[in-house]
Ligand binder design. Structure first.
Ligand SMILES: O=C(O)[C@H](O)[C@@H](O)[C@H](O)[C@H](O)CO
Ligand SMILES: [Zn+2]
Length: 299
């Protein structure tokens, strides 16, 4: 087995770095700064980040087949034209809950964009409970709710056979599984797959690898953990030099690198002094497993 190397590749300190997505066409890493209200694109060849400021907290970004990106931003699903930086609203959710905002999201293997909501944080990981829901934006821009009563809607991904949706509501400290009907985009039969250990922190972003195992970024846990959905067991821990690891994705030319986003919101001066690179973007190499390419929103 090759040895694992961890490197901070973007040392800018984002407030809440999140939603990393590898964009193969450009050879770049896309991500957001949620409370910094930015969509960012890092180019490993120039080591430069380009960013677009948006008008609301932005929970997640995804690729879009017709060009540009799709956003889960404020209480809207929106489209971003990267060239002229214009944002167009595609649909609205939670209109009866003005304090809600979108959080994490991902495109399913058929090209639908799923993202969940939460009530705005009073401070990190403290929210009015049960205010969030999980939604799907279909390619025709219609929206369907999967379920509500969520605290902090977070990481999601699909099994390699596309029959299972993996889902995290952070404050449950669990990774759940649901049956997923790829024909209709409907989910059912939600159950617990893995409950985090106390020292693992709060489950946040998540991605699947090419062997069908899940990688979960653990907020305040300073790590990503690998879970085998077959057994419901944690099978690997990779620790990072910062506590507020928020999400992860595979990227690089052959998806053999893992990118991990992080946050610095809510850290006091002493904590920041000890971990000055909190909020940066990390690259892990030598994991010995690859990821799979992200799907683009079909609408
Ligand atoms: O990025 C997110 O998913 C939330 O918006 C963050 O604020 C934290 O990660 C969360 O508090 C920990 O679960
Ligand atoms: Zn998250």
């Amino acid at each position: 087995m090759s040895s694992i190397k961890i490197e901070c590749v973007v040392s800018e300190t984002y407030k809440i770095g999140e939603s990393p997505v590898w964009e193969e066409k450009e050879g770049t890493l896309l991500f957001v700064d949620i409370t910094g209200q930015k969509v960012c694109r890092w180019d490993p060849s120039t080591k430069k980040v380009q960013s677009v400021s948006v008008e609301a907290p932005i929970g997640s970004v995804a690729l879009r087949k017709s060009g540009g990106y799709v956003l889960a931003m404020g209480n809207t699903f929106s489209a971003l034209n990267w060239e002229d930086q214009s944002v167009t609203t595609l649909a609205r959710v939670d209109e009866d809950k003005p304090n809600n905002r979108f959080n994490d999201g991902k495109v399913d293997p058929e090209g639908r964009f799923l993202a969940g909501t939460m009530s705005q944080e009073i401070r990190p990981a403290v929210v009015e409970r049960n205010q969030g829901s999980l939604f799907t934006l279909y390619p025709d821009h219609s929206v369907v709710k999967h379920f509500d009563m969520v605290d902090i809607s977070n990481g999601l991904d699909w099994s390699l056979d596309h029959k299972t949706l993996y889902y995290i509501d952070s404050l449950s400290f669990k990774v759940d599984a649901l049956d997923y009907d790829m024909k209709t985009g409907k989910s059912s039969n939600r159950r617990t797959l893995y409950k985090l250990q106390q020292d693992e922190g709060i489950p946040d972003g998540m991605c699947i690898d090419a062997e069908g195992k899940l990688w979960v970024a653990c907020y305040n846990g300073g790590r990503v953990i690998r879970i085998d959905p077959e057994t419901g067991k944690q099978i690997q821990t990779v620790k990072l030099p910062i506590d507020k690891t928020t999400s992860c994705c595979f990227g690089g030319p052959d998806y053999s690198e893992m990118y991990v986003t992080s946050a610095c919101d809510g850290m006091d001066e002493d904590w920041k002094k000890r971990q000055p690179q909190s909020g940066g973007i990390y690259k892990i190499t030598g994991l010995g497993v690859k990821g799979i390419a992200p799907t683009a929103f079909a609408g």
